[in-house]
Design a protein around this ligand. Sequence first.
Ligand code: BEZ
Length: 360
Amino acid sequence: MAELQEVQITEEKPLLPGQTPEVAKEAELAARILLDQGQTHSVETPYGSVNFTVYGTPKPKRPAIFTYHDVGLNYKSCFQSLFQFGDMQEIIQNFVRVHVDAPGMQEGAPVFPLGYQYPSLDQLADMIPCILQYLNFSTIIGVGVGAGAYILSRYALTHPDTVEGLVLINIDPNAKGWMDWAAHKLTGFTSSIPEMILGHLFSQEELSGNSELVQKYRNIVTHAPNLENIELYWNSYNNRRDLNFERGGDITLKCPVMLVVECNSKLDPTQTSFLKMADSGGQPQLTQPGKLTEAFKYFLQGMGYMASSCMTRLSRSRTASLTSAASIDLNRSRSRTLSQSSESGTLPSGPPGHTMEVSC
Ligand code: BEZ
């Protein structure tokens, strides 16, 4: 059988008057480097303006990878380690990435005036259509951590046709119960806001280990010049309402989901696959970018977006029996996600699930 081959097509662009091909090429290269370094935009929404940074050049018929960060972080401190991880490059070169900064979280953000009404998490989700409209993107693959995972899930529930897939890291889909509020009040007496946020970002084990990473993030949160803004996002997070996922009901995520940690009890287990990772703590995108990258690759491949030729040798040999993806676009059958255990190297039995769980 003839093998599919990648063909490089060079776009012909007319030269400007007096422009030599060399100068045109240099200008194009400069523009591309600029795009690859990320371009920050701001759009007005009914709930105030929101900043986002775009990397990569648009690819026809491809969703954007759309990220939303957790409380206490911004897109860079949350996602840079993952998106600049070596093996991630072969994945993201195929997608435009849109990284949102929640209002007031962008680098250099001015502190909101006293009494400013910060948007609720639902309202933050309602800002997303303005960003997609501005960029002319009709669909996304969302990647969210903590509060960001909640926001993207809320968006996916209200705009299911525009979300092709979701990577949800450490999502807590429930509102705080009165027990949580009591615990929150008690810790509030003894802990500062930055300490409470660090307690949300990292496990107790990680905090007491006080690794360089924890020290770095403690420093970032404690000395943030926009700490007042961070507190507002934190309050919105703590006032979130239940996402009310219903297994098999109307309120459910319609797209494939790669779930990192918990939440499985709310999702249909017959549709759930497992991929096990160890010791990744509260921020696996910072501590385990390699494992997350590998899982993401499987996830995209299950959606028909990664050619097997793009897979690492390791991934290829493990997944060969589950998929016959031969080219990036021909295989886009939405055949759902494959899964495996990256620790044991064993493949699960049964059909690939709609949802993939990565427990850390
Ligand atoms: C990206 O390439 O998508 C990226 C680069 C730097 C920080 C975050 C994301």
